[in-house]
Design a protein around this ligand. Structure first.
Ligand SMILES: Nc1nc2c(c(=O)[nH]1)N[C@@H](CN(C=O)c1ccc(C(=O)N[C@@H](CCC(=O)O)C(=O)O)cc1)CN2
Length: 367
């Protein structure tokens, strides 16, 4: 069944792409496009009758499940990450302008890319462009696939000591011959805008401690929940996937806000049953359409972190992106859901800009 299917990859979204490119020797991408048949799980019919969601000042609420009928056509609120990310970028831009005008400080972000993966190159290009748009100075280092770990460490050390750089990130995944741990450990925690240094992750895990930075994708997931007034305290949450960059920190963040969290991973038996109990589902396992409508509790909020390419001859690229969650089924059961693309993805870069701004303000002691 589903256990054994879930990915425990270290970097969720890019890993999902690798999974399909390299695991299957005979095909580049997952097939087919719809949810039916993309994985061999029985589709159980869940009755969604006798279920409704009460309105409140924000338009809706998760908490009330009562008697009115929900038809097959009922659809979830679409959590528009692209729009929220735009708003955050505007907020960051105006604060960056204030920093420059009032204190003459321009936040700086250094990005290190090793190798020539197309997806990583695109993400780095988008990060640079986003920095430009909001007035953050970006510094880029591109190293060949077969450079040494020492070369990467040398660049990190230079950026650690450069006062015009307030944030440093190393684009993941790194080539296999590199020790990711050594590299992430060497980024100064004061400039660790990705939040991947174990000291930052450690503080996230400890009660009474505050990390200097929280990893961008899970932070973006939480921000979407907050901005949509989704109650977290006391709710059951399921996080699917336990990667260092999404699943694990997402689970810690939900727990810090007093959700009761279960992490579902590749060795979990009966993942559907666990997910079906959850009021909030964050999926970051990198398997196209793994989570079917029948896995969801009616009214659940679904945050889909997966970005999985599936073959699509009609698309100019020859593929299109789908999430870990079967969207067309889930939007009939969930009360709110993030689309893919346009959901969590754009939040990752918005949070990176926000973390870089926060870093510059903290380093220069500006409120
Ligand atoms: N050092 C890091 N490496 C990686 C991170 C990270 O946060 N830090 N996350 C991912 C990749 N990533 C940013 O680096 C990233 C992934 C996806 C998106 C995004 O906006 N996706 C769009 C779709 C894009 C498309 O059409 O191809 C969406 O979901 O709407 C932004 C950033 C792994 N590595």
């Amino acid at each position: 069944m589903a256990s054994g299917l879930l990915s425990d990859c270290a970097s969720s979204s890019s890993c999902s792409i690798r999974l399909h490119q390299f695991k299957g020797k005979s095909r580049a991408f997952a097939r087919p496009f719809g949810c039916n048949g993309s994985i061999s799980l029985p589709l159980r019919n869940l009755s969604v009758k006798n279920c409704t969601f009460a309105s409140n000042s924000t338009g809706w609420s998760l908490s009330a499940v009562s008697s009115a009928a929900m038809t097959d056509n009922a659809s979830a609120i679409i959590i528009d990450g692209k729009a929220v990310a735009k708003q955050i970028r505007e907020e960051v831009a105006s604060e960056v302008a204030r920093l420059k005008d009032a204190f003459g400080i321009i936040p700086g972000l250094a990005v290190i890319l090793v190798g020539s993966r197309k997806d990583s190159q695109t993400y780095v290009r988008n990060k640079k462009k986003s920095c430009e748009d909001v007035g953050i100075t970006s510094y880029e280092v591109n190293l060949p696939e077969y450079c040494t770990e020492e070369e990467v460490l040398k660049h990190i050390s230079v950026f650690n000591n450069d006062p015009s750089v307030h944030g440093i990130l190393v684009q993941l995944p790194l080539p296999r011959h590199m020790n990711e741990q050594n590299i992430l450990n060497s980024v100064s925690i004061e400039k660790d805008v990705d939040g991947f240094n174990p000291l930052n992750i450690g503080c996230l895990a400890l009660q009474g401690r505050e990390p200097l930075f929280v990893p961008c994708t899970p932070k973006g997931c939480m921000d979407l929940l907050h901005r949509h007034n989704i109650e977290i305290k006391g709710k059951r949450a399921a996080v699917i996937g336990r990667s260092n960059i999404v699943g694990m920190p997402a689970a810690l963040l939900l727990q810090r806000e007093n959700a009761t969290v279960t992490v579902v991973h590749s060795r979990t038996s009966n993942p559907e049953e666990i997910v079906r109990q959850a009021d909030i589902v964050i999926s970051a396992c990198g398997i196209a359409n793994l989570v079917r409508g029948s896995w969801l509790k009616p009214g659940a909020v679904v945050i889909d972190v997966g970005i999985n390419p599936v073959e699509d001859p009609e698309s100019p690229r020859g593929y299109r992106l789908v999430g870990d969650v079967c969207y067309e089924e889930a939007c009939k059961i969930a009360s709110a859901i993030t689309p893919v693309p346009g959901g969590v993805g754009p939040m990752t870069i918005a949070m990176l800009l926000s973390n870089t701004l926060t870093s510059a303000k903290r380093i220069h002691n500006i409120k």
